[in-house]
Structure formats: C-alpha cells, structure tokens
Design a protein around this ligand. Structure first.
Ligand code: PHE
Length: 339
C-alpha cells in the first residue's frame, strides 16, 4: 500500500537531488540530459504521478500541487544553472581570444632617404624645374674624357698619381663629373641644359675628403649665354638650397675647361649677421672654347657655362655634419635623423 507520505518524500527527494545535480553539472549538454531525467515524460516527477491512482480523491490534488511545485523548482534550477553555464562559457571565450590593447605594437621602422640622396634629389628637382636634362656618365673613364677633351695640358698636376686612381688598363676612375659634359655634347646639339650627378674618385682622405664622393655637374650651352646667366643660376641654387639670405661670393679661379673660372663661396656669419669667414662650395666658369672645339661645336656661335658641386659639401653645410665619413658608415642612428 503506497502511503501519501512516501510519495511526498519521493517528490522532496527528487527536488533536492535534482537541484544538487543541476548545480554540479558543468556542460549545457549534460545539464539538458539531467533535466530530462527529472522533468521528461519518463522522468522521476512523472513517475511519481503515475502512482497517484492508489491515493484517495482527497489526497490526489495535494500531491498534484506538490508535484507541480517540485517541477517548477526543478525547472527554475535548470534555467538558473543553464544561464550560469552560458555566461561563464562566453566569458571563457572572451578571455581566451583576448587582445591586450595596452601591449606595445609591432613597429615597422619608417625608411628615409640617405642625406646624400636627399640632397641630390633636392638639387635635381631645382634644375629639373628650370628645364634641365638629367644625364649620367661612366665612372671608369679614358684619359681623353677625364682630361684631354677638357683641355688639361699633358703635364697638369691633376693627372699625377697623387690625385688620380689609374686602372691597369690605363683608364682612370673619373676624378670629377666634367667628362659627362663631353659625352653629352657629343650626343646632343645646342641649345642644351643638363645636370649630371654621380660618384667621383680622388686619392685623398681625411675628415672632409673621401676617396669616393659625389658631384653634380651642370652645363648650359646656347647662343648668348653670359656670366650673368651663370651667376643668376648659381645664386638661385644657393638661395633655394640653403636660405634666401645666404651671402655668396664669386672668387676668380682656374679650371682648364672654363675661362673665365670662378669658385663660389658662401658667407659664414655670426649671431649679429657679420661675415666671419667664407666657405667654398663649388667651381664654375664659362665653357672654354677649346672644349667646344673638342666636341665639334662652333665657339663663334655658341657660348656656355658649367659648374661642378660636391654633394657631400652641400649636405655637410646644410645639416651641420662635421665628418664626411658619417655619410658612408650608414649608422642607423645617423640616418634615422633624416626621416
Ligand atoms: N670639375 C671641377 C672640380 O671637380 C668643378 C668644375 C666643374 C669647375 C665645371 C668648373 C666647371 O673641381
């Protein structure tokens, strides 16, 4: 004979056991299986209700009500645990995939033009804007292009072993970019305007001289080109490259391939603007008629000017670099200052 108290006990036990089991379950899948074990069609609560027939009509509603209460309690415990599991699951996913935005990023160092390239490009741009062609020539030259066609007498000291690197085959490493003048005039007819940047070599080395350095040659040939054109062009260059109030001085000089020749100095001033010294920045002059003859131009019809500047010297003056070797060591601490 089933007593109503037994059924009550069964229901209360199911409630307690069920709630405990739900709380101890760690996966939503198992939790659902547990829910079925208690609340499913063949679950423990339904099984108790099947025994209801043995009770009296007065007892039945009491048990029915208790069974509903137990079922509700179990359902609530189930929902509660399910919500807990879901939130900890998404929390876990968050911590697993977490990106710590306070950590330093992966740095890509930004590149920079080498100060010599930067100086070269800046000067090229200036002349390009004035319609100049940008030309190049070989670094290994014959004596003819480096000296003879440029009107160097056979006994000129610049041909001496002291200054010039000779190759075994009797060629020279060009000592200046002036041979590009000859190559260019051999292949072009006047009027012409060109600059020619490139490496040059001299047997010389100290903090302001390097056995290899770079120059930019300039050449303009036309009818009626005068020294005024040369002066105006170089002053434009210096004022643009350094500063509009840079003071320049044209000092008479000598080069075999220009006549007259000059060297251009820029003034060094103190804080009150007084000139305290001069720095030589380039060589220039009017193209020597002997050079026009060497390339087959008529010196009676054409005149021209030429100049040659050291890129290192321009860069050293502009950026306050004291030692020329810094350009070639490629120490990143020096180069990154030009970003
Ligand atoms: N070639 C000369 C030098 O290297 C510079 C120069 C070029 C001078 C053109 C006059 C004209 O010193």
């Amino acid at each position: 004979m089933i007593e109503i108290s037994d059924i009550r006990t069964q229901l209360e036990t199911a409630r307690q056991k069920g709630i405990l089991e739900f709380e101890q379950t760690d996966s939503p899948q198992t939790l659902y299986e547990k829910r079925t074990k208690y609340l499913g069609k063949k679950g423990e609560v339904k099984a108790v209700l099947r025994g209801l027939g043995a009770l009296s009509p007065e007892e039945r509603p009491q048990i029915g009500q208790l069974a509903n209460e137990v079922a509700d309690a179990l359902e609530a415990a189930y929902q509660n645990r399910l919500a807990q599991l879901k939130s900890s699951e998404s929390e876990l996913r968050l911590t697993k995939d977490e990106v710590d935005i306070t950590l330093p990023g992966t740095w890509t160092r930004r590149g920079a033009y080498h100060p010599l390239m930067r100086t070269q490009y800046e000067i090229e741009e200036l002349f390009y804007s004035m319609g100049y062609d940008i030309a190049e020539g070989p670094e290994i030259e014959s004596d003819y292009y480096n000296f003879e066609a440029l009107n160097f007498p056979p006994d000129h000291p610049a041909r001496d072993m002291q200054d010039t690197f000779f190759t075994k085959s009797g060629h020279v490493l060009r000592t200046h970019t002036s041979p590009v003048q000859i190559h260019y005039m051999e292949t072009h007819k006047p009027p012409l305007r060109m600059i020619a940047p490139g490496r040059v070599y001299r047997c010389d080395s100290d903090i302001t001289h390097s056995p290899m350095f770079t120059q930019i040659e300039g050449l303009v040939v036309d009818k009626n080109i005068t020294f005024c054109d040369l002066k105006g062009t170089l002053e434009f260059l210096i004022h643009k490259f350094f500063s509009p109030d840079t003071i320049t001085r044209f000092r008479p000089s000598y080069f075999p391939f220009t006549e007259p020749s000059a060297e251009v100095d820029i003034a060094v001033t103190d804080s009150s603007g007084h000139v305290t010294g001069w720095l030589e920045v380039l060589g220039c002059g009017m193209v020597n008629p002997a050079v026009f003859e060497a390339v087959g131009y008529d010196p009676e019809r054409f005149t021209g000017f030429a100049f040659g500047l050291g890129i290192e010297r321009f860069a050293m003056l502009k950026y306050g670099i004291r030692d020329i070797r810094l350009f070639y060591e490629n120490d990143i601490r020096m180069l990154k200052q030009f970003r």
